[in-house]
Design a binder for this molecule. Structure first.
Ligand SMILES: Cc1cc2nc3c(=O)[nH]c(=O)nc-3n(C[C@H](O)[C@H](O)[C@H](O)COP(=O)(O)OP(=O)(O)OC[C@H]3O[C@@H](n4cnc5c(N)ncnc54)[C@H](O)[C@@H]3O)c2cc1C
Length: 297
């Protein structure tokens, strides 16, 4: 097996251009499992852990640009206030050891429908920045996942970063598993409120061939909030509207029966998670963190 260890981003792109078949490795928490179980025998590996650029994050035109090599632990510690939904999801990933090694870029690279970073990134309309020697492009996350463990990247491309707006309002994430920790989601749901734009974003995990958005559910609840002027009044949403929202989220899922749960259970659980996430977010003080409004008392 050939092993490459570039020490800069441009060097990494050179290596990938010369060896498009090479498997990138970041935290290794997916790649090493596949090697150990003999599910994959790559002819060559590109170790990205020495590429400093991938571990950096900062603001760019009002959005956070977060390097693909930023770990879950760092998302929680350094970005938890700005990206509460992604931080909640990150806290549910594996164990402290996995969160110390595992990266959001690696989650995107694997593109599992069960990847926990995906629903909050979908709910917030993130973009994935990919690059090759030929150039850089930014892919809206809803176009990134193309099938189970498949994505829109070309063979010579690497994930550079993802871009996402700091939370303009309350965010939530909830996951059902077969036990409390170290568990792949049976299903998961993320919600992001944007009071200034009067938008509700959603993300469904582990209940379809790819992570999904529940667009009809979003439009329905946005309509309810607008018609009843609830963004301004901030009064609770009716039980019947919440039930319909949950139902539409369940209908947007495309689950299967597998060892972790049945399709019917997943739909039922998603309806419950969607209602709960909405109520938690709607009753949170940060729902009113209006863009541009002064923070604090
Ligand atoms: C015990 C255990 C528990 C886990 N629990 C969870 C969990 O609860 N939730 C969850 O979502 N996941 C879980 N995982 C899976 C894994 O930890 C995550 O998917 C993690 O985000 C992978 O990140 P990584 O940096 O380790 O990726 P790696 O294993 O290094 O890479 C993963 C994939 O992404 C590709 N890749 C990595 N970086 C790049 C890049 N910059 N550009 C292009 N491709 C790239 C690799 O080639 C590979 O295909 C668990 C894994 C283990 C072993």
């Amino acid at each position: 097996m050939e092993f490459f260890q570039p020490s800069s981003w441009s060097e990494a792109l050179e290596v990938k251009a010369d060896h498009p078949e090479a498997t990138p490795i970041a935290g290794g928490t997916d790649v090493m499992v596949e090697l150990n179980l003999d599910h994959r025998r790559p002819a060559s590996i590109v170790d990205l852990t020495r590429v400093r650029e991938l571990t950096e994050w900062g603001m760019e035109d009002g959005r956070l640009r977060i390097g693909a090599g930023v770990t879950y632990t760092r998302v929680i510690d350094e970005l938890g206030d700005r990206l509460p939904g992604l931080a909640m999801a990150s806290r549910t990933v594996g164990s402290p050891q996995i969160r110390n090694r595992g990266t959001v870029g690696g989650n995107l690279g694997t593109s599992s429908p069960a990847g926990d970073a995906h629903p909050p990134l979908l709910a917030s309309d993130a973009q994935v920045e990919v690059a090759s020697k030929a150039g850089t492009r930014r892919i809206p996350i809803r176009e990134f996942f193309t099938g189970p463990k498949k994505n829109a990247m070309q063979q010579d491309e690497l994930i550079a970063a993802f871009l996402v707006e700091p939370a303009p309002g309350a965010q939530q994430f909830s996951k059902v598993g077969t036990r409390n920790a170290m568990v792949i989601a049976v299903c998961s749901f993320a919600l992001a409120l944007d009071p200034a734009r009067r938008r509700v974003g959603t993300g469904i995990g582990s209940a379809g061939p790819t992570p999904l958005r529940a667009s009809e559910a979003e439009q329905f609840i946005e309509g309810v909030l607008d018609e009843e002027n609830l963004w301004d009044r901030r009064t609770p949403v009716s039980e019947s509207a919440l039930a319909r929202f949950g139902q539409l989220v369940a209908m947007a899922a495309r689950p299967i029966d597998d060892v972790r749960g049945t399709a019917a259970y997943r739909r039922h659980a998603l309806a419950v998670l969607a209602r709960r996430c909405f109520v938690w977010a709607w009753s949170s003080p940060s729902v009113g963190r209006w863009r541009g409004a002064p923070e604090g008392p």
